[in-house]
Structure formats: structure tokens, C-alpha cells
Ligand binder design. Structure first.
Ligand code: ADP
Length: 823
């Protein structure tokens, strides 16, 4: 351990020697009689204690110590020859010297004094080291650090904070307060806060605040202020550390803004996509942007139809309820904005979003006066872009002036494109809708034309077939009989075709309604098989039907349509099969789903080539062009069946192997009755079956024929020529009503389509009169070329007793007359 150094200055060499002797064991003793030498030694050595005589010839002890104090921290002790004690005590109190020793000294007491002085030196030095450490710390950390006393005055402050306060140096700040440097409001707030810390002895940790610095910059600071607590003493002051978090804040702020903008974009996109109209999408965008910006007014404009060169108001607004923008609204709605004129015009011209800082300063805008009146100042507009062309503009206004926000402008352009896409989609949807509508009405027109045409053909067919019938009853040569046979077969074929066309047009035009009635599945299948059996037998084919046990029997649906499809498919199977069998199987499409039935018709016939299996379901297509020649047919049956199956909520398809046979299958969804149907489905007798034995009628039976067509009248008369009935004729409905009223008839044959008054109206008039006169209702049979079910129902509703569809055969007519007239 090195010894502490002792510097002794005295003009008496003897004294020097005696002091050296006294201390040399414990100290390194430096002695001199020359004060200049002493000062040099002080500079060269790290002296702990200086001992000097008070009186010396060249420089007094006091003067020497003064200079020594500048050079060294050494503890100063004075030796004095006389005892001007009061002067020496004053020197001690003033901090000039640590202690004094009077001559002659007691060696022990001198030793004790120098030991104490050495301890003092050590203390001063360690305090100095601590101070230096604190200084280095305060100055090397580039954040404001400072101390304040209990009155909030700076006691110590680092350069960083001094700079921030705008002071020349840290020393300039000592003794001053925040109010000497910063704005009054902040200084006051800060003072109150510090006094509260001192009072409560509780620190404030990392308090974030915005500060206006001396140079005018705004900085975000995070400050910690801690009370300096003495033991059992009041708080003596505060230690404070601040961190400049402006950068962090700026990053945070830009992130927040970016997130908010993205959220806005997303919200607008979702809302715009969910809107069903352009107006709704536009309104949503106005709403969202106004809420985001806090701007009170939003307005939408679109390209004027026709010219497409200027923007006009869509009269879609978002505004505050005060009514203060009324003048501006009127000016906006009554003006149009060509490219370059006003804010919308600027957006239209550039295709980019635009910002106006103060609208009242724009002299060329047509709305500038109105804007002034309404208090509008800043505004921005965004283009609604479709295929890179401006098709509309959204504009927003504020009552305050606001500087352009570049991020916002960039984002709103995205919003404009989104809105443009909604408009594009909407337009496409409208175009599609129009095209679909046009296609549908064209299809309907086609179907209606087919229905009308089949009706028109049916009327003359009635005459042709009827006459062929009658002709066949006359005496003919074998050759003539052949000719008539050709006549009848050709006519029958033509009639099949007309019936098919009518069915198809019904399905395609949507006229085909699906009934929902309770029926017995087994009964429907039985009747259908019964109907097809003669054809199977004539070709020596087995016709089998099977219903699997899990299939429910009591169903709700349309048995007529089901039967029509079955007849079509079984008919085809029989037609295209020469040997073997045709079988019908009914099963569940899926186990556990009793309402969905699958009908499969399997044959052992010619089969269908794979590439034909799809196209045969289209109208007028056949698998093989030779089919018609060999088997006949029109290529309509499967198209009709497909249409009917689809109407019943099912699907149709085929599997087949060429030369081996085919299976046609279809599904239908029915309602399932919990019990077998109590009210059994009864087939509607649309065409009265010819009675095997016509009932005997009186020869005096009087029949009124209401028919305008000369040919058909001739035919009817010819049919009834030998019947012995008494016939009377009315040429239109009105005449028929008059005749029924005045004469006595047993039956009326009422054509439906007639001039002056149609058959239905005439029937209604007759029924009305019967009701009033309480007379017995006369049987009226409607005659029409319309084969539609609805037509039949119309006749029955008008009051007809029955309905015959042309062409009517002689047998059907006679049977109907015998049935109704005898009733
Ligand atoms: P059509 O039988 O009047 O020609 P369809 O629409 O009923 O009209 O049938 C279209 C075509 O499908 C038929 O011409 C025939 O080529 C083919 N086809 C239908 N059913 C069968 C079947 N069971 N076996 C073989 N081919 C069939």
C-alpha cells in the first residue's frame, strides 16, 4: 500500500526536519522552505495534506494556501507561531483551512490533526470521484437528465436538457424554472405535477407528453420524475429523466394511420360489394369516408348520360342536419361540371384524386359563392374508375381548412376503383338480365306460336280425319279403301306430332303446372302398364313392373305428369325393342329418403351409342337419322319427358349398351302420406270413353249445333246423319243463346271459338237464364281444337257439361251424345 503524501512548507529547516521525523513512518513527507517549490510539488504529486507556516518571508501562509487550493484538493492545515485564534478560527469556518496547530505543538495532537486531515482528503476525493461519475453519466447519456429542488428550480441539469430548453449552458439553468424557458401552460402543469410528487412522495413514471421545445420543434417525451427522499425529512427535490420518443411516436402514428386507412379500404370494399345498387354502394362509401375523415359533407356525381363529357349530381348526399349547406347543395345540383371546371371537373380531367385547401379562394368554380355562403372551406374529390375511365366522382367538404393528406388521397383512389368495379358488375348483371329476359320471351313467343299453330292445324285436321272416317263407312272399292287407309294413318301421325309439339311448348313456355294431389302409386303404375300392354303383346315382348318393398305407396304429387313420362319411356322401350322384355322398376333414390323415387325402364332393344346419350334429350333429335324411317317418331318425346321430370324436381338419364339394351331412369320428389291414400286418386276422364253399347235415345232427340265453320258443321251433320236426331244450327254464340231460349233441345254441341259471341260466353248466358227461370240445365258439350288441360277446365267452369277435343271421331261424338243426352 502506498503511503499518503504530506507536503510541509516552513522557512525554518529545523521545523521541517522535526515534522519529517514525526511523520516519515506513516507518510511520504515532502519538505521545502520555498513556496514556489511547494506549488510545483503540489502539481507533480498527489498530495493528501499540506502543512504550512502562517508567517513566511516571501509569501504569507494564507496567500500560499489560496494558490494551493486552485491546484490541489489536498487538505490544508496551518501552523501558527502566535495565537490569533479568532483569525484562524475564521479561516477554518470559511473553508480556507481544515485546522490549525499552534506552536509549540504537542506531537501527539499534531499527529491526530494530520490523521483527521488525511481522512478528510480521502473523503473529498471519493466525493469528487462520485461527482465525476455522475457528471460523466449525465453528459454521456443523450437524454435530458436534471435535478430540481423542492421549489421546482433546477439544481443540476445536463447539456442535453439545457440545449432543449434553449440555454447557453447547464450552469445557466441552475436556479431557474421551466417557466423561464418553456410555454407558460406547460410550465404551470409541470410545476403543479412536481409539487404533487413532492407532497405525495410518489414518483411519476414514464409520463408521455408533447412538448414544444425552445427552437419551436414539437417533441414527444416520456418523463420519469422521482422525489429525492431524505430519511425522516421532507422531500428535498426531484431527480428527473426524460426520453425523446418522437421517432417512436411518429412510427406508431404512421402505423396507426396506415392501419386505419386499410381498415377503411376493407370496410368500404366489403360494404360496396354487398350493396345491391350503385346508389347504395355510393352512399356507403360517402358514409364511411365522412366518418373516417370527420368531414361533414359528402356528395356523389356521375357522368351525364348521352354526352358523357360532364359530371352531374346523383343527388346522393351525406351532410349534417343543420341545413347550412343548402345553397351549396342547390349550386351542386343545378350545375354540371365539364372537365377542368370546379373540383369534380378537375378529377374528371386528370382521373386522379384532387385536394382543395380553401374552396373560397378558387375564382373559377361555379360553386364558389355558394361555398362561401355555406362556410365550406377544404374539399377533396376521388374518381370512380371503370376500365380506367372516370364514370363518377365522390367529393367531400369540411368547414375548416385542411392541408392535403397524401396517404388519404392515394387510398381514396383505391376506393374509387372498388366502386367502379361494383358499377361494372351491376352493369354486367343488368345486361345479362336483359339478355336472359329477351331469350326467355323469345322462347315463350316460340312456344306460344307452336301452341297456336297446333291449334290451327287441329281444326282442319278435324275435318280431314272426320271425312276419312265417314268415307271409310261408305261402299268403297278395295283400292279406294287402301287410299282412305293412307289418309287415316297419315292424319293420325300428323295428330301425334301436333300433340307432341303442344306438350313441348307447354313445358317450355312454363304453362305446364304441377299438381299436388294425393294418389296411389300402385294404381297409377297398373293403369299405365295396362295401357301399354297391347303394344307389348303385339310385338311379343314381356312387360314387367316391380315396386321395391321400401317404396311408399301413398304419395302427394302430380300423377298425370308421372304417367305421361312413363308412357313416353315405356313407349320408346317397346318401340326400340324387337325381342325380350321391357321392365319398369320403382325404388328409393337414396335409402332413408322415402319421398325421392327412382323409376327405371329397362329394355333389351337396340341400345344407344355413347356419343348420342346426351343429345337425344334435346328436342327434335334422334340417335340415328334412319330411326324415323324405321321406327317413326319426332324426336320430341325425351325432350318433353326431361322437361316434365325437371318440373317435378327430378333428374333424367340413360345407361345403355349398343345392341344389348338401355335403361332410362328418372327421379321425382313426392310428398309421402303416412297412410295409404284413403281418397284414391281417380283418373280424370278427359275424353269420355266410348260406351260399348250406346244407350237408346229417342228419335225425337233434338240437338242444337253451334258452329261457325262450314266444314266442321258439314262433318258433324254427316256424323249424325243416320242417327235420326233432329238437328238445328246456330252460326254463333248469340244465335245459340236465342235458340236455346226459344226452342226445346235435348243437347247443345257448342263450338268454343265463334264470332259475335264465343261458346263459353253463350254457355254462361244459358246457365244464367236457367238459374233464374229455375229450368232444368240442358247438357252442353264444348267442342274445341285446344287440347290444353286449362282449356278443358275453362269449359267446365263456364258451365259446359263435357268437353270434346277436335279432331273428334264419329264414335266419340256418338258416345258423348248418348251419355249426356240420356242423362
Ligand atoms: P322419338 O322416339 O319420337 O324419336 P324421343 O325423344 O322419344 O323421340 O327419342 C329420341 C331418340 O332417342 C330416338 O329417336 C332414339 O334414337 C333414341 N331412343 C329413345 N329411347 C330409346 C330406347 N329405349 N332404345 C334405343 N334408343 C332410344
Amino acid at each position: 500500500m502506498t503511503k499518503a503524501k504530506l507536503l510541509v512548507l516552513d522557512d525554518e529547516p529545523l521545523i521541517l526536519t522535526s515534522i519529517e521525523d514525526l511523520f516519515e513512518d506513516d507518510y511520504e513527507v515532502l519538505t521545502t522552505t520555498d513556496s514556489a517549490v511547494a506549488l510545483r510539488l503540489l502539481q507533480e504529486h498527489d498530495v493528501a495534506v499540506i502543512i504550512t507556516d502562517e508567517r513566511m518571508p516571501a509569501l504569507s501562509g494564507h496567500k500560499f494556501l489560496q494558490q494551493a487550493k486552485e491546484l490541489s484538493l489536498a487538505t490544508r492545515v496551518m501552523i501558527s507561531g502566535y495565537s490569533d485564534v479568532s483569525a484562524l478560527t475564521e479561516a477554518v469556518n470559511a473553508g480556507q483551512i481544515f485546522a490549525y496547530v499552534s506552536k509549540p505543538w504537542e506531537p501527539l495532537s499534531l499527529k491526530e490533526t494530520i490523521r483527521a486531515a488525511t481522512v478528510h482528503f480521502d473523503l473529498i476525493q471519493s466525493v469528487g470521484t462520485e461527482r465525476e461519475l455522475l457528471r460523466v453519466l449525465m453528459e454521456s447519456i443523450p437524454e435530458p437528465i436534471y435535478f430540481k429542488d423542492a421549489q421546482s428550480c433546477f439544481t443540476r441539469i445536463n447539456c442535453e436538457h439545457a440545449r432543449g430548453l434553449g440555454a447557453e449552458s447547464p450552469e445557466d439553468c441552475v436556479g431557474k424554472m421551466d417557466s423561464d424557458f418553456l410555454d407558460v401552460e406547460y410550465a404551470q402543469r409541470s410545476y403543479e405535477e412536481e409539487q404533487e410528487i413532492i407532497r405525495s412522495r410518489r414518483p411519476v413514471v414514464e409520463q408521455v407528453e408533447k412538448l414544444k421545445m425552445a427552437d419551436g420543434r414539437l417533441r414527444w417525451m416520456s418523463t420519469t420524475k422521482v422525489p429525492i427522499l431524505g430519511k425522516h425529512q421532507p422531500v428535498s427535490g426531484l431527480a428527473c429523466v426524460s426520453r425523446d420518443i418522437t421517432n417512436l411516436k411518429e412510427i406508431e402514428e404512421s402505423l396507426r394511420k396506415e392501419t386505419a386507412l386499410l381498415q377503411l379500404l376493407q370496410a368500404v370494399t366489403v360494404a360496396a360489394n354487398e350493396s345491391s345498387t350503385i346508389e347504395e354502394a355510393t352512399e356507403t362509401c360517402l358514409d364511411r369516408l365522412c366518418s373516417y375523415t370527420g368531414w361533414p359533407v359528402g356528395h356523389a356525381l356521375r357522368l351525364a348520360p348521352g354526352s358523357g363529357k360532364e359530371l352531374i349530381s346523383m343527388a346522393v348526399w351525406r351532410e349534417d342536419k343543420s341545413g347550412r349547406i343548402e345553397a351549396f347543395r342547390q349550386a351542386s345540383e343545378s350545375n354540371s361540371f365539364p372537365a377542368g371546371v370546379g373540383l369534380p371537373g378537375q378529377v374528371l380531367a386528370t382521373g386522379k384524386a384532387a385536394w382543395i385547401v380553401d374552396k373560397t379562394e378558387l375564382p373559377d368554380s361555379p360553386r364558389v359563392q355558394a361555398a362561401k355562403l355555406s362556410g365550406i372551406r377544404s374539399g377533396f374529390g376521388l374518381p370512380i374508375l371503370l376500365d380506367k375511365k372516370v364514370v363518377g366522382v365522390l367529393e367531400f367538404f369540411s368547414f375548416q381548412t385542411a392541408q392535403p393528406d397524401k396517404d388519404l388521397l392515394m387510398l381514396v383512389e383505391h376506393i374509387g376503383s372498388q366502386l367502379g368495379q361494383v358499377i361494372g358488375r351491376q352493369r354486367a348483371k343488368e345486361d345479362l338480365h336483359r339478355a336472359k329476359h329477351a331469350a326467355e320471351s323469345a322462347n315463350r313467343a316460340k312456344s306460344e306460336f307452336l301452341a297456336a299453330m297446333s291449334h290451327e292445324i287441329r281444326t282442319p285436321m278435324n275435318a280431314i280425319l272426320g271425312m276419312a272416317d265417314l268415307l271409310s263407312e261408305t261402299n268403297l272399292s278395295p283400292e279406294q279403301r287402301d287410299f282412305v287407309g293412307i289418309f287415316r294413318r297419315g292424319g293420325a301421325k300428323l295428330l301425334d306430332l301436333i300433340n307432341d309439339i303442344l306438350d313441348l311448348s307447354k313445358v317450355e313456355s312454363g304453362h305446364c303446372e304441377v299438381d299436388s294431389i294425393d294418389f296411389d302409386l300402385l294404381l297409377v303404375l297398373e293403369r299405365t302398364i295396362e295401357l301399354m300392354r297391347p303394344r307389348a303383346e303385339s310385338k311379343k315382348l314381356r312387360l314387367i313392373s316391380e315396386v321395391l318393398p321400401e317404396v311408399p305407396i301413398g304419395l302427394t304429387g302430380d300423377p298425370d305428369l308421372l304417367r305421361q313420362v312413363l308412357i313416353n319411356l315405356i313407349g320408346n322401350a317397346l318401340k326400340f325393342t324387337e325381342t325380350g322384355s321391357v321392365s319398369l322398376c320403382v325404388s328409393l333414390e337414396q335409402p332413408g329418403e322415402p319421398g325421392l323415387l327412382r323409376f327405371s325402364i329397362t329394355d333389351t332393344g337396340i341400345g344407344i351409342a355413347p356419343e348420342k346419350r346426351e343429345i337425344i334429350f334435346a328436342s327434335f333429335t334422334q340417335a340415328d337419322s334412319s330411326t324415323t324411317r324405321k321406327y317413326g317418331g319426332t324426336g320430341l318425346g325425351l325432350a318433353i319427358s326431361k322437361g316434365l321430370v325437371m318440373r317435378m324436381g327430378g333428374e333424367i338419364g340413360v345407361t345403355s349398351e349398343l345392341g344389348k339394351g338401355s335403361t332410362f331412369f328418372f327421379t321425382v320428389r313426392f310428398g309421402v302420406l303416412s297412410e295409404p291414400p284413403a281418397p284414391l286418386y281417380l283418373e280424370k276422364e278427359l275424353f269420355p270413353k266410348p260406351l260399348k253399347k250406346p244407350a237408346r235415345l229417342h228419335h225425337t232427340t233434338r240437338i242444337l249445333i253451334a258452329e261457325d265453320s262450314v266444314d266442321n258443321l258439314l262433318l258433324l251433320k254427316a256424323y249424325l246423319k243416320d242417327s235420326g236426331f233432329q238437328l238445328d244450327v246456330a252460326e254463333n254464340g248469340e244465335e245459340a243463346v236465342e235458340k236455346v231460349n226459344s226452342g226445346h233441345y235435348d243437347l247443345v254441341l257448342m263450338d268454343v271459338q265463334m264470332p259475335v259471341m264465343d261458346g263459353h260466353s253463350a254457355t254462361r248466358a244459358i246457365r244464367m237464364r236457367e238459374k233464374h227461370g229455375q229450368s232444368f240445365p240442358i247438357p252442353i258439350l264444348a267442342l274445341t281444337a285446344h287440347a290444353l288441360k286449362e282449356e278443358i277446365e275453362k269449359s267446365l267452369q263456364a258451365g259446359c257439361s263435357g268437353h270434346l277435343t277436335k279432331p273428334i271421331t264419329k264414335a266419340t261424338l256418338l258416345a258423348a251424345i248418348s251419355q249426356y243426352a240420356s242423362n
